[in-house]
Design a protein around this ligand. Structure first.
Ligand code: GLN
Length: 305
């Protein structure tokens, strides 16, 4: 397959949409990002790589971090234990919604909404001796780039205005689903979201999830084949909040987005693809990224369906 020409065609096709949407600004530091950037990086399991545009520019991974947290949580605890604290159904609501959490008595619908990720941050603080170092070392090994790190500026910018996330955390605490101090959990959550990676880093890192027929063993994170498949299943059903149905319908791959404008998707046993463009739609997903992936699975006729 001539993936490189396909990526180039796609870039031409999505260019008319390049001014649609705006970058996230509810985290003040993200408002400073130049919105007019687009990058894509594709890594295949057979070792080929293809790229285009700003594929090597670092950006804030934001909610893509939730996939890494889930992988660590599943390696440090029994699945049954995790699923008593977090559900695994799509939420159909915004990533930072409080409503469902209230009427479901403090059990988040899934690990990929903020409520679920705050519970995962709490678990990692309880289970790991040095959660911050462990998390960064895991990401570095996954993508093979020792320069990967978090942005103290973005982390404190988010924590300084984390009113909704703090409300979610206190509701979780009220229901006994947060064991550590609320501020410690918010601090670690914001740090994980503020990690900066490029499309190249993310695509390489997610190859480990695409390699779903082999056990996962990276930087002390060990997962059975079954656990990797389950992470991918949750990406498929919950990776895009209240746009998960559309992503499944239009793209047809398990994936995860973040408000930094990044999206990573995998084709199990075949490839991993990361796209980035900061302008978002009203659901908080990258407009150019969504369109690029829709065209990619259409023009390659490669989707899991
Ligand atoms: N850090 C962001 C937040 O909590 C992550 C949201 C996202 O990427 N969807 O609001």
């Amino acid at each position: 397959m001539d993936y490189q020409s396909i990526l180039e065609n796609i870039y031409r096709e999505i260019k008319p949409f390049e001014k649609e949407g705006r970058q996230a600004s509810y985290i003040p530091a993200l408002a400073n990002v130049n919105p007019d950037q687009f990058g894509v990086f594709l890594s295949t399991l057979s070792g080929e790589e293809y790229s285009l545009g700003n594929y090597d520019t670092k950006f804030s991974i934001q909610s893509i971090s939730k996939v890494f947290s889930l992988a660590i949580c599943l390696s440090v605890m029994e699945q049954d234990e995790l699923w008593t604290r977090i559900g695994k159904e799509p939420s159909g609501s915004a990533f930072n919604s409080l409503v469902q959490l209230e009427y479901e008595h403090g059990k988040p619908r899934n690990p990929f909404i903020n409520a679920g990720a705050l519970v995962m941050a709490d678990i990692l603080i309880s289970k790991l001796e040095n959660p911050q170092e462990f998390y960064i070392a895991f990401l570095r090994e996954l993508c093979g780039n020792d320069a990967v790190s978090y942005s103290p500026e973005v982390a404190s910018s988010e924590q300084g205005c984390s009113y909704l996330n703090a409300s979610i955390a206190y509701l979780l605490k009220h229901h006994g689903n947060l064991h550590n101090d609320v501020n410690d959990v918010l601090h670690f959550y914001c740090m994980m979201c503020s990690v900066e990676m490029s499309c190249k880093d993310l695509s390489r890192a997610f190859l480990a999830f695409a390699r779903s027929s082999e056990p996962f063993n990276h930087a002390g994170v060990s997962l059975s084949v079954s656990k990797v498949k389950r992470i991918n299943a949750i990406m498929q059903t919950c990776g895009f909040y209240d746009e998960a149905g559309d992503f499944s319908f239009l793209v047809g791959l398990p994936g995860k987005s973040g408000v930094g404008g990044g999206i990573v998707a995998i084709y199990p046993s075949k490839y991993s693809i990361a796209v980035w463009s900061p302008r978002l739609n009203e659901k908080g997903n990258s407009i150019m990224g969504m369109k690029a992936l829709e065209l990619f699975t259409t023009e390659t006729s490669e989707s899991i369906f």
